[in-house]
Structures are given as structure tokens and as C-alpha cells.
Write a protein that binds this ligand. Structure first.
Ligand SMILES: NC(=O)c1ccc[n+]([C@@H]2O[C@H](COP(=O)([O-])OP(=O)(O)OC[C@H]3O[C@@H](n4cnc5c(N)ncnc54)[C@H](OP(=O)(O)O)[C@@H]3O)[C@@H](O)[C@H]2O)c1
Length: 272
């Protein structure tokens, strides 16, 4: 393996500072398409080979086929290496009534345990869900639970229901263009030692067009994608999960490892 930086958290321990998203792998949302499996497995193989060891997936990506591809990519790993990878998967809130069944189905598709399990969004009865998460942890189906698309109040509410296992991760949209979470959810996660997964870290590709990011990338001899990821990685608790359907795109992501934004450029990026 080339290089890996790590970040450490209260519940989940130390994880790679860069992750990978898998929406778009194995088909569209809700719908499987196996025709590009070889290419999509190469995306995942490149991620794992380059120390990108947080993998974010979902029961809805490729209608579950993304989870199967993640499982296939991981099946080449020895157990001790598998144990160092963090597999995050999510269920659609409609499945809240059958969380235990949905988690078992995801674990079956992955062919391994789930490291962090979370709903895609807020749930009507969060205490009932947290009870199911704790049961899943006790049964060894998942190691930790988390929440997605939530504010600090919702995180607190969920944590107040937990009896044995505290929240490990929050996954919200956060990137150079959408910085709303800087007001609340991010400082909350940083204060509480919660892993903060930055979803859509490239603003679905839009960061590449941002003139400040482009200017700094040019001066540093990096690509705009690498600057946008590094800007996130330099923040405590943040692990970005960019996605690409191109195996070479992952190599570009991995180029965000091994350096930091010099202070003058970090300051320049803070100016809005
Ligand atoms: N929990 C949630 O509700 C939630 C919501 C959104 C996202 N997420 C997670 O976050 C992950 C990433 O978010 P995202 O899918 O919204 O998108 P993203 O990572 O912000 O951006 C991905 C897009 O950027 C493009 N891209 C990559 N490298 C590029 C480059 N060098 N130049 C131009 N474009 C480039 C990709 O195209 P190519 O494929 O052509 O490279 C893709 O279209 C998802 O896969 C998912 O795991 C979670």
C-alpha cells in the first residue's frame, strides 16, 4: 500500500482520513446494473490498494448491488486487514420498521459484518431505532451505529435513547460550496469525538469549477479535487467520502494524502 493517514475517534477508534462513496457503483439508486462490474470493482480495488479504508455504501445504491461489489472487493483481504477497514452502510427510512432484517440483508450482500449502520435520514421513532441498533451491536451484525442528514439536536435526541452503545458517526453533506454544517453538526461531532463523514465532498463535481480552489490547486501543483478533499481532511473529525465511477479517479483522490494546505492557502479558502 502507498500511504495512509488516520484519524481517531471515541467509539470507532482510528480510521483512514479519506474514504470512498459508492453511489453510482453497481447501478443507479434502487436499480442494479451489472454491466460495469469489472470497472466498478477496479474503482474499489484502487481505493483499498491506496489506503482509502472507509467505504460508504447503502442498500439503495444499485438496489443493493453496490454492497455486493464492496463485499467482493473486500473478499480479497485477509481477516486482519478486513478488520481495519470501516464499512458504512445505510437503510432507507421506510425500512425503519424492519431495521434488524434490513441490516441482516445488507450484511449478507456484503458477505461480512457492518462496521457502521445508519438510516439515510431522520426517523419518526428514533428511540425504537436506537434500540434496534443496540440489539444489532449485541448480536455482532454491526459494530456501531450512526445517523445521516441530521442536525445536532437530532443527534442529541438519538444519543439520549442509547442504553449501552453511543453513536459513532454522522454523515451529512459538507463541501467547500455547502458549509451549512459548520454552524452546528460539525462542531458538535468534533467536540464529542464522533466520526464526521462528509457526503458529496466534491459538491457532485462542482468544486472543480470553483475559482478559489482552482487558483490554489494551480499554485500547489495539485488538482482541484485534491485541494477540495485536503481542505476537508485538514479539519478535525472530518473524513470525506468522494465517489467516482472511474478507476483512475480514485488515484486522483489518493493524491490528497501526504500533505497539508499551507496556512496562507487555508486562510484564503476561509474567506467567503
Ligand atoms: N447520506 C446521504 O444522504 C448521502 C448523500 C449524498 C452522498 N452520500 C455519499 O457521499 C458519496 C459522494 O457524494 P456524491 O455522490 O454526491 O458526489 P461527490 O463525491 O461530491 O461528487 C462525485 C461526482 O464528482 C465527479 N468527479 C470526480 N472526480 C472529478 C474530477 N476530477 N473532475 C470532475 N468531476 C469529478 C464524479 O464523476 P465521475 O464518476 O465521472 O468521476 C461524480 O459525478 C456518495 O457516493 C455517497 O456514498 C451520502
Amino acid at each position: 500500500m502507498r500511504y495512509m493517514e488516520r484519524k481517531c475517534f471515541k467509539a470507532v477508534g482510528c480510521v483512514s482520513a479519506l474514504g470512498i462513496g459508492t453511489s453510482g457503483l453497481g447501478g443507479d439508486l434502487w436499480r442494479a446494473d451489472t454491466s460495469k462490474d469489472e470497472r466498478h470493482l477496479a474503482v474499489l480495488a484502487n481505493a483499498l490498494a491506496n489506503g482509502i479504508w472507509v467505504v460508504d455504501t447503502s442498500e439503495i445504491y444499485g438496489g443493493g448491488h453496490a454492497e455486493e461489489l464492496v463485499g467482493k472487493a473486500l473478499s480479497t483481504f485477509a481477516k486482519e486487514d478486513r478488520d481495519k477497514v470501516v464499512v458504512v452502510t445505510k437503510f432507507w427510512p421506510d425500512n425503519a420498521e424492519k431495521i434488524v432484517l434490513a441490516a441482516k440483508a445488507s450484511a449478507r450482500r456484503l458477505g461480512t459484518y457492518i462496521d457502521i449502520y445508519m438510516p439515510h435520514g431522520p426517523l419518526p421513532d428514533i428511540c425504537k431505532a436506537v434500540k434496534a441498533f443496540e440489539e444489532l451491536v449485541d448480536r455482532g451484525v454491526i459494530r456501531f451505529w450512526g445517523l445521516s442528514n441530521v442536525d445536532a439536536r437530532k443527534i442529541e435526541e438519538a444519543r439520549s435513547c442509547a442504553k449501552r452503545h453511543d453513536i459513532a458517526a454522522v454523515e451529512n453533506v459538507y463541501n467547500y460550496i455547502n458549509r451549512l454544517d459548520e454552524h452546528e453538526a460539525l462542531p458538535y461531532a468534533q467536540r464529542e469525538g464522533i466520526l464526521y463523514l462528509a457526503a458529496s465532498p466534491l459538491a457532485r463535481g462542482a468544486v472543480v469549477e470553483n475559482y478559489r480552489i482552482r487558483r490554489i490547486a494551480e499554485r500547489l501543483g495539485k488538482t482541484p479535487v485534491q485541494v477540495a478533499l485536503r481542505w476537508l481532511m485538514d479539519k478535525p473529525a472530518v473524513v470525506p467520502i468522494p465517489r467516482t465511477t472511474r478507476p483512475e479517479g480514485v488515484l486522483e483522490f489518493a493524491g490528497a494524502y501526504g500533505w497539508r494546505l499551507p496556512d496562507e492557502y487555508a486562510k484564503e479558502l476561509e474567506v467567503r
